[in-house]
Write a protein that binds this ligand. Sequence first.
Ligand code: NDP
Length: 466
Amino acid sequence: MASTTNTSFGKGRPDEYIDAVMNQVKAKNPAEPEFHQAVQEVLESLRVVLHRHPEFQSAALLERIVEPERVILFRVPWFDDRGGMRVNRGFRIEMNSAIGPYKGGLRFHPSVNLGILKFLAFEQVFKNSLTTLMMGGGKGGSDFDPKGKSDGEVMRFCQSFMTELCRHIGPDTDVPAGDIGVGGREIGFLFGQYKRIRNEFTGVLTGKGLNWGGSLIRPEATGYGCVYFADEMLKSRKDSLAGKLCLVSGSGNVSQYTVEKLLDLGAKPITLSDSGGIIYDPAGIDREKLAWVMDLKNQRRGRISEYAEKFKGADFVAADANRDHNPMWAIKADCAFPSATQNEINAKDAANMLKNGVKVVSEGANMPSTLDATRLFLEANILYGPAKAANAGGVATSGLEMSQNSMRLGWTREEVDKRLHGIMCSIHKTCAETAETYGTPGNLVNGANIGGFLKVANAMLDQGLV
Ligand code: NDP
């Protein structure tokens, strides 16, 4: 008779079980600090869940959920404009498909490595679950740097990348989207090559152009959603964004539409940044200045330092890797919207923000706060919207794009925006209610982690040991 012995950690107490899983994650995935960080944050939130639900431990749920279902790693060779041969590394992490096809963006940035994509794929699982749509979690990308490359070079790279990736994805299997370094231009080149090789016009990518299957509001969705989430948090304290001074980091897709929605709701955004440094405009970034930034970043592909040359009264502070803090987070403000990249707020930055009056943090970027910074925000009891919840509007609208593609129709701008707004309100409600149910009212980190986990974990129980 087959042995029923659980060879993993299923027999210890829940806290010992969680510690054992965390130790195993570190041992089995060395040199992947971002992945460890993302897993640790979720596992800490799950202690109380494991005490109430021993069935998850008996089914080795945690060991399974931290292990990707599949990791694809491949060579991406391409020719530069001078005929030189270049080689990059491509990845796709298919993390979890318990509640739908893998779904998550592609990141093209020189810092990309396996650990960063695994952290992003892991977070994506819980985020996608919170949206209420049927989407599993995945993430991918390459260490290719689109900055300084011609359109022709970007196209040849995208074509080579998709030549391999197209074997692994499909509208019912895995549906990638954009992320850092992957916007409308790259999605176009990727889609073109998929269609050419597979000979099918299908919703295999989201973030597509409007006249070939894209959804209205998809480009705006992450930034808009992040502001809607902040607005919901403020409403819970009978407050609003009107008149609030706002720090926004980054100057890409998420940052641009965060600024736009902040202006719609009467707030005053005063900063932006890129990897070269930050700009601070005490007069506020108005619609005219935002249009100039969009042209700078999306068409001319220039640097944010040019903002301070263009607009009087604005300052530019260059990035300095030797500094122990980011000067943006030491500017006096009411709200912060980190929208650039992971770990852009450390403990010192968080302390500066709290000292200078920041009462709302809504995370547009993925995991922008270190574990220490997160702890400080929670202890200070400010309104803190973690990325999994606050930036889920992007993938939610990707889900809406998939629905429109399946039905072969397109909703109006108003319809999509209304659905996005509804989803962000419902995510906030789920997080707030779950935090309360599990004994930590107001702690939206626990609310998001537990709320996202329960749906996926129950689906995994139903589907057996796969
Ligand atoms: P973009 O490529 O459009 O913009 C990224 C911005 O962040 C740029 O200003 C970039 O500056 C800056 N940045 C990137 N990496 C670094 C770094 N290592 N140090 C300093 N600055 C950096 O990307 P998105 O706006 O799409 O993505 C921003 C964040 O939002 C990411 O964390 C992403 O994962 C997250 N996100 C995006 C979603 C989407 O729908 N696009 C959905 C959910 C989350 P520079 O140009 O100089 O590199």
